[in-house]
Write a protein that binds this ligand. Structure first.
Ligand SMILES: [Zn+2]
Length: 255
């Protein structure tokens, strides 16, 4: 039986001489595994549609619960990312996170939309990498059922809390927070950005601006919260951060 579906390629695993196994997050059926025959040979017609982070329309043949790609047409390959190793590595982190979360009991459709919107914000709208990364992580936590409580201090109700309690997933005042838990500082601008990210409509997740200092706070809070709640690290994130560090080393020193 043939099945037609659109999906984003989240992982490509080489298989045999010229085949590959694709992990594809599809619109209609969530995360699926496709076998792509001959896709690594130079003459393959489906090569570009089957590459990592391509958004494509697949026609697959289902046989005994295995799916083999028979046709694939690339809808969007996000070309700017293909020429920029830093951008590609950040998007690969998004892909690894999206694959992990769609294996769990979360809404795949929302995971797919957020991931596509994040890549679009980077590649087409040229939004800053730290802003997109932080908003992706925090919004993904909302989708995964770990919505942080940021309306006010969760202890006294004060509407200007200045700390984020990472384990509790809640904003608190410095004076209200229990000792022993990890609390990161948040300025009013950072708090406002967090409120926007967790409650805005899905199209507007990346539509905000922050000055460098509150953006640094947001980056710390989002990444720490994401990794703490998921209780794991990501090799794609480690690689991305190693590139960012090397990049900083290469900047000329300020006079
Ligand atoms: Zn308080």
């Amino acid at each position: 039986m043939y099945l037609k579906t659109q999906g984003l390629v989240l992982r490509v695993t080489e298989y045999r001489d010229s085949d590959a196994i694709l992990s594809v997050l599809t619109r209609e059926q969530g995360l699926m595994t496709f076998k792509a025959r001959g896709v690594r040979s130079r003459r393959s017609q489906i090569k570009s549609a089957c590459q990592l982070l391509a958004f494509s329309e697949f026609t697959v043949l289902e046989r005994q619960e295995y799916y083999t790609v028979s046709e694939a047409v690339c809808i969007e390959m996000f070309q700017p990312m293909r020429n920029d190793i830093e951008l590609l590595s950040l998007c690969s982190y998004f892909a690894q996170a999206a694959e992990l979360l769609s294996q769990q009991d979360v809404n795949d459709g929302e995971v797919l939309s957020l991931t596509l919107n994040a890549i679009y914000a980077l590649c087409k709208l040229k939004r800053p990498q730290p802003l997109v990364k932080a908003a992706f992580e925090l919004r993904m936590m909302v989708i995964a059922g770990f919505q942080p409580m940021v309306d006010g201090c969760c202890v006294c109700g004060n509407d200007a809390p200045d700390r984020f309690d990472v384990a509790g997933g809640m904003a608190v005042c410095a004076k209200c927070s229990a000792s022993g838990s990890l609390r990161l500082p948040i300025s009013p601008a950072c708090l406002a950005a967090m409120q926007h990210i967790v409650s805005c409509e899905s199209k507007r997740v990346f539509s905000f601006n922050l000055l460098p200092e509150p953006l640094k706070e947001l980056s710390d809070v989002s990444e720490t919260y994401f990794l703490t709640q998921l209780e794991r690290g990501f090799y794609t994130l480690d690689f991305y951060k190693s590139l960012r560090l090397t990049g900083q080393d290469l900047q000329p020193a300020a006079q």
